[in-house]
Design a protein around this ligand. Structure first.
Ligand code: CP
Length: 306
């Protein structure tokens, strides 16, 4: 079994069968992560390079664990420890890494399109671990895996994605993934944070959170990305929190069994109340756990291993 592609750069380029293949492959890798010895030899002899130009807790650690559980050799690079700080370009750096026989390069970069550029420039497989505002495909895949694990069916599933959709690669990848699988996506936030093209991606736009949450099965909260915003997009954080923060009261508007998701890192008390983040409906840490299995599946399927 393998994906018939060299790279995973976006969800937009995947078809539903490829998404299902990744989720089903992740099922068996989830079982591996529950074993006493969490290791299989599937990628023995392969080299995975994590190349992170932006801070990351979940994605970088998760890719490293995933590669190690598959028995690959793993190298971690960050901006400060690479010759990029001396002026070397991304592509030149990557070609040097490739010259050392790297099989898979996992890239996180602040520029949208960086992963696509790299994928075209090197023979190694490239996995996009988040590129600027563009996409974060493995995040959307692990979100889908978590929903499926909780026995939710994608077709007709009502999902509200709330917050700063304009700056969110997680939102974009999830809108592509959920709509491809037949879900109904509601994009919720202030007008300054909802780009005009979202309805063309198949999401229905809401500016009123209470209206948007009525009857939804899943609420996916987004982090306020203060580091990616230029001029302020709302008067104050307190105002934003009052209008778009997920509280226990607001959660009651959703379906009684609704799940709460967040890609992390969370701003407690800003976009999500602590009692909701830690409450019965939250699957935030399940998402993190599932990230390892999903990334094992992606690494395995791209490696062409059989
Ligand atoms: N969800 C996510 O991408 O988190 P990190 O920035 O910690 O990798």
């Amino acid at each position: 079994m393998s994906l018939k592609r060299k790279d995973l750069v976006s969800i937009a380029s995947l078809d539903p069968d490829e998404i299902m293949l990744i989720l089903e492959t992740a099922d068996s890798f989830k079982e591996v992560s529950g074993r006493e010895i969490k290791k299989v030899p599937a990628l023995r002899g392969k080299t995975v390079v994590n190349f992170f130009f932006e801070p990351s807790t979940r994605t970088r650690t998760s890719f490293e664990l995933a590669a190690k559980r598959l028995s690959a050799d793993v190298i971690n690079f960050s901006t400060s420890s690479s010759s990029v700080v001396k002026g070397e370009t991304l592509l030149d750096t990557a070609r040097n890494i490739e010259a050392m026989q790297a099989d898979i390069i996992v890239l996180r970069h602040p520029a949208a399109g960086a992963a696509e550029t790299l994928a075209r420039g090197v023979k190694s497989s490239v996995i996009n671990a988040g590129d600027g505002w563009h996409e974060h495909p493995t995040q959307a895949l692990l979100d889908l895996f978590t929903l499926r694990e909780k026995k939710l069916t994608f077709k007709g599933l009502r999902v509200a994605i709330v917050g700063d959709l304009a700056h969110s690669r997680v939102a974009r990848s999830n809108i592509y993934a959920l709509t491809k699988m037949g879900a109904e996506v509601r994009a919720v936030g202030p007008p300054t944070m909802i780009p005009a093209f979202l309805d063309r991606l198949g999401a229905r736009v809401y500016y009123n959170m209470d209206e948007a949450l009525r009857g939804v099965d899943v609420i996916l909260m987004l982090r306020l990305q203060l580091e990616r915003q230029g001029p302020a997009l709302f008067p104050t954080i307190r105002e934003y929190s009052r209008l778009y923060g997920l509280t226990s009261e607001r959660l009651k508007l959703a379906d009684s069994g609704a799940l709460v998701m967040h890609p992390g890192p969370i701003n407690r008390g800003v976009e999500i109340a602590p009692e909701v983040a830690d409450g019965f409906a939250s699957v935030i840490l399940d998402q993190v756990t599932n990230g390892v299995a999903v990334r094992m599946a992606v690494l395995y399927l791209l490696s062409g291993a059989s």
